[in-house]
Design a protein around this ligand. Sequence first.
Ligand code: FAD
Ligand code: NAG
Ligand code: NAG
Ligand code: NAG
Ligand code: NAG
Ligand code: NAG
Length: 673
Amino acid sequence: MHSPFARVLLTSLTCILTLGPQAFAFNHHRLDSRAMINPTLQDSYDFVIVGGGLAGLVLASRLTEDSSTTVLVLEAGGTGEDVANTINHPGLAYYAGILGNPEHDWQWTSVPQPNAKNRVMNWPGRLLGGSSSANGLYIVRPSSVEVDAWQSLISGLDGADNWTSEKFFAAMDKSETFTPPSAEIQATGNIQYAARSRGSSGPLHVSYPGYLPEIVGKWTNTLSNIGIPVNSDPAGGNAGGAYVTTSAINPTNWTRSYSKTAYIDPYYRPNLHILTDSQVTRVIFSGTKATAVEYGQDRKTVNVGKEAIICGGPVGSPATLMRSGVGPKDVLDAAGVPVVVELPGVGQHLQDHLASQIIFGTNDETAGSVHANADDPRSTSDVFLSYVNSAIAYASSSELVGDVESYKNDILSQLDAGLASVPSTDSTVLAGYKAVYEVAANKLITSSSGQVELLLALTGTSAGSQTISVQAALQRPFSHGRLYINSSNPFDPPVIDPNYLAHPSDLVVLREGLKLARSIGMTEPMNASVTTEISPGANVTTDEQWNEFILNDFHTEYHPSCSCSMLPKDQGGVVDAHLKVYGLDNVRVIDSSVFPIEWAAHMMAPTYGLAEQAADMIKAQYSSTGSGSSSSPSPSSSSSSRPSAAHPSAVPTSISLIISSLFLPLILAHLFL
Ligand SMILES: Cc1cc2nc3c(=O)[nH]c(=O)nc-3n(C[C@H](O)[C@H](O)[C@H](O)COP(=O)(O)OP(=O)(O)OC[C@H]3O[C@@H](n4cnc5c(N)ncnc54)[C@H](O)[C@@H]3O)c2cc1C
Ligand SMILES: *[C@@H]1O[C@H](CO)[C@@H](O)[C@H](O)[C@H]1NC(C)=O
Ligand SMILES: *[C@@H]1O[C@H](CO)[C@@H](O)[C@H](O)[C@H]1NC(C)=O
Ligand SMILES: *[C@@H]1O[C@H](CO)[C@@H](O)[C@H](O)[C@H]1NC(C)=O
Ligand SMILES: *[C@@H]1O[C@H](CO)[C@@H](O)[C@H](O)[C@H]1NC(C)=O
Ligand SMILES: *[C@@H]1O[C@H](CO)[C@@H](O)[C@H](O)[C@H]1NC(C)=O
């Protein structure tokens, strides 16, 4: 069986083959030149943002709140207008999807994975909004103990104070507006939440679907019966336990809320330009100062006034740095790219979540059964198409293996094997692996944060019948991979080697997680909905049989991270606590690649929080009196690029508001043609 997203990929590929390339012709070039998207460009912008994904659009929106700051976003993918309907309906992520379409998907694949039967994984996501426009919509926050662990890794760095869990949770609050479920949905799903732990006035809509099958309501009680407690406040700092989580859904019309609709569409900002279908090929330096960004097949350039901000995601950001001459010297030499700054950690520390699943048969209604029944009038309704698999749980070490102390000691005793599996011989990268490993062993596997995520998936079918799938996903991988470039052609794909299952503990954890997943189907009240175990089947019982099944079945949870880690430079770090790339004057990386540890959560909530906090830090730096007074080295700037209007007058702001109210209807009308 495939994951929902693997099926989406197949469906999309079938569409391409059936409809031909015409069906995907670009259609945004007729956009009004006064619009923010695809206008005539200026020669120079204060900030040039590489990648209009989740983080890139948050930054673009927040930095242009100051009307005197100019920002250009360069995004490789399209606007998504041609697939707006698919993006907008949350449930279509399962049933239609846009992955596999080269206009919206990089079609990156990993290299064959030697510890996983040489299988390859697809890593998608190329579109305005990035993966937030195409993904599974889960909004799940990490635990504060994980933020504390991150902070302990950078405690010696200037600016580490900006990443306390208090500030990080406040930043996640700032990004969202939470709407509770309707009374009916709350009762159906047996949903618990604590509104006090959520944001109430941020751009991103966070809520629950408008439709849930009855089976969802059995989840938390079943989990509690296997010893995983119900969590009634999962967003408040402890994300462990069982709950029905939030999704990035706008409950006023059951649409997907993502970085473009949340942070860009509601505004018209004359000081913000966004160019799509424009892949950045490199950043151009004078010494260690970024002066311009080069993009497109014809290698146009645009000048950088203050900073280049790389928001290309965990693949695009390290690849862009390496193509610009910033990265491991051996990689750059072999690829034929001149070295600007040698930085061994670029592309290293790469981590991901891996999932496998148990599939049960059921006679109960599922989202998959409603969808498959074209005669059911609900199947095409907006309410039904807001369905997202939201029942999840995070099992801690004690819930997974019982004896936490011996599990911890076991992990610590395997450090040398772990170090031997790191795809680098650089001493700083190895030191970073050791630091992350020891923090995970000493602070995280001993905590109530998750080692394994369990997810209830009700969108599938098997041989035409509805199914209940319980997925288990490894959250805290001790296998770290890398990605690199192997040619100087920026349009060649980067080489992605996640090094899956290189550390022996990762397969053990995934296997124990799957045993929990199976037990969920056999436990009250869920067992009343289960008819049989379809996959792997009751004959898979020994650890060898489980391993064989998992190696053939597992897939990525699409949560790559850590490839431009915020760590000390002598631990293979790429950015400091101000998100500035080591050795460069005015380049930051701000996206999901900078987290040094993989979250036991989904990636969007922490990435929105990161981008919000980063925007505040950048604004604070440039509004402080005198460009050199900030605690971090300010980019060396000529007088012309100095923050000329640190105190913007109120006049431009109100004009921009008036303009914005005039153009908003136009922009909205345009989007949903
Ligand atoms: C199929 C799928 C399902 C997922 N499900 C969930 C989920 O349910 N919940 C959740 O929280 N997370 C989920 N994720 C993960 C989440 O979407 C990502 O972690 C998150 O979007 C990362 O944000 P980002 O800003 O780091 O990168 P992205 O959102 O990926 O944005 C990076 C952007 O940069 C662009 N780019 C890259 N290189 C260049 C270049 N050289 N020039 C110009 N542009 C460039 C890319 O095209 C992309 O638009 C999923 C991801 C996928 C792919
Ligand atoms: C959904 O509602 C929001 C307002 O909350 C609006 O901006 C958006 O255009 C609507 N989406 C669609 C597809 O109608
Ligand atoms: C780069 O690596 C990929 C994946 O291993 C390979 O297919 C490709 O041929 C390599 N390119 C070069 C120029 O070596
Ligand atoms: C569910 O499990 C309980 C406890 O083991 C058992 O008593 C009950 O008969 C089971 N129900 C079904 C329908 O299998
Ligand atoms: C279990 O049974 C199925 C169906 O008969 C078979 O395909 C599979 O190979 C068996 N697995 C094992 C481990 O025996
Ligand atoms: C960053 O930390 C410094 C002190 O360490 C503080 O003054 C500043 O307000 C923080 N910035 C943000 C955005 O939290």
